[in-house]
Design a protein around this ligand. Structure first.
Ligand code: PMP
Length: 429
């Protein structure tokens, strides 16, 4: 595989951009080698600067759920561009996309658009604090909620990959207000609540975790959190930045029927453009400025080009339930293929999957929380990643990430991936 142009670009990038990338995990630090510079993408494929073609399972870390450069989104964006790029004033499309979100996501009665998942989670905890008048938040070890100061405590995704779960620059004061519990451990949450009686504003979690690799809530866990929050007057926040519009059109909350007070969204909601959102109960959302006193704003929030892409995406998902049938089927076929490969090779690695998200953990231990995930052999994952890449399959470059499937992935692509998985596992064991 010739990657000369990518190599040259990366050398130059490192002189201009910290680590040569604009978001840490992209640097391939966890898997060795240097990152590929992507020139274009179409359907299920990525093309790099050297002209190599990859079937990919990242899909921009989730947003490209119907594949890259889908004509519907392309058309919506090119139509919108004719009317100017940004006004900083209300538009019809913001009302239309809000109406769509409210109709699709069970917990959302009112919604505010922002520009990223990070903004959404930062705003959501401010709103929870403003609403309850309490300071502390509970998050779970290995959950990632963007790079807001309050969340860089026992964080997953790039923060664990690079070994900086507690980032310099986060003050002790902020860190003290973030309490952490192991995922799937209701008792630990109960203990935290008892020890901080009357001081907890919210519990925030990824209802299915993507950021320590894929981790599934045990039966009763989400229900238990809902009950604890109701009993103690704590705001329950589901961070559905990854799972929203993916695990069903209304997110994981629609799948389980467990409804949070606030939901944060991102990724798919912008159809590939930078969009995030937070929403929930009217009573809480009406405390947000200018309806209420809790301040939150954005020059580019509700941007007309971004909302054009987002509206096209959500409209499509809302009107095509077969998308979710296909994603389930593709996820099941792909993981069944990987399981069968492992059986043939005498391997017993843990494979977690929900619908179109999955992670193959290089550990034999069941993975139900961050400590379990950390028993993975990350060096072996790095070898697997490189072995797959050599075979034209582009995976998320870290053990602690979920893979995302799009509807552009055909059965033929899935066969190719399963074959590459067999060859790669055989090569590295
Ligand atoms: N929450 C979750 C669950 C995420 O996965 C991410 C990003 N991967 C974020 C929040 C932050 O979103 P963004 O990168 O758009 O700021």
């Amino acid at each position: 595989m010739n990657t000369q142009i990518s190599e040259q670009l990366f050398q130059k990038a490192q002189t201009l951009i910290p680590g040569g990338v604009n978001s840490p995990v992209r640097a391939f630090k966890a898997v060795g080698g240097n990152p590929l510079f992507i020139k274009s993408a179409k359907g299920a494929y990525l093309f790099d600067e050297d002209g190599n073609k990859y079937i990919e399972l990242i899909n921009s870390w989730g947003p490209m759920i119907i594949g890259h450069a889908h004509e519907l989104i392309e058309k919506a964006v090119s139509d919108a561009i004719q009317n100017g790029f940004s006004y900083g004033a209300p538009t019809r499309r913001e009302v239309e996309i809000a109406e769509l979100i409210v109709s699709m996501v069970p917990s959302v009665e009112k919604v505010r658009l922002v520009n990223s998942g990070t903004e959404a989670t930062m705003a959501a905890i401010r709103v929870a604090r403003g609403y309850t008048g309490k300071d502390k938040i509970i998050k779970f070890e290995g959950c990632y909620h963007g790079h807001g100061d309050s969340f860089l405590i026992a964080a997953g995704s790039g923060a664990i990959t690079l070994g900086v779960p507690d980032s310099p620059g986060v003050t002790k004061g902020v860190a003290n207000d973030t309490l952490t519990a192991p995922f799937n451990d209701l008792e630990a949450v109960q203990t935290l609540i008892e020890a901080n009686k009357g001081n907890i504003a919210c519990i925030i979690l990824e209802p299915v975790v993507g950021n320590m690799g894929l981790v599934i809530p045990k039966d009763g866990f989400l229900q238990g959190l809902r009950q604890l929050c109701d009993k103690e007057g704590i705001v329950l926040i589901f961070d559905e930045v990854m799972t929203g519009f993916r695990l069903s059109k209304g997110g994981y909350q629609e799948r389980t029927g467990i409804i949070p007070d606030l939901t944060t969204m991102g990724k798919i909601i912008g159809g590939g453009m930078p969009v995030g959102a937070y929403g929930g109960k009217k009573e809480i959302m009406d405390r947000v400025a200018p309806a209420g006193p809790i301040y939150q704003a954005g020059t580019l929030s509700g941007n007309p080009i971004a909302t054009a892409a987002g509206k096209a995406m959500l409209t499509y998902l809302n009107e095509h339930p077969e998308v979710y049938t296909r994603l389930e089927e593709a996820g099941n076929t792909l993981t069944a293929g990987i399981r069968s490969n492992m059986q043939k090779l005498g391997l017993n690695y843990t494979l977690n999957q929900v619908g179109s998200m999955f992670t193959l953990f290089f550990t034999e231990k069941p993975v139900n929380n961050f400590d379990d995930a950390k028993t993975s052999d990350t060096q072996r994952f790095g070898q697997y990643f490189q072995a797959m890449l050599k075979r034209g399959i582009y995976l998320a470059p870290s053990q602690y990430e979920a893979m995302f499937i799009s509807t552009a992935l055909t059965d033929e692509h899935i066969n190719t991936i399963v074959e590459a998985n067999y060859e790669s596992l055989k090569e590295i064991i």
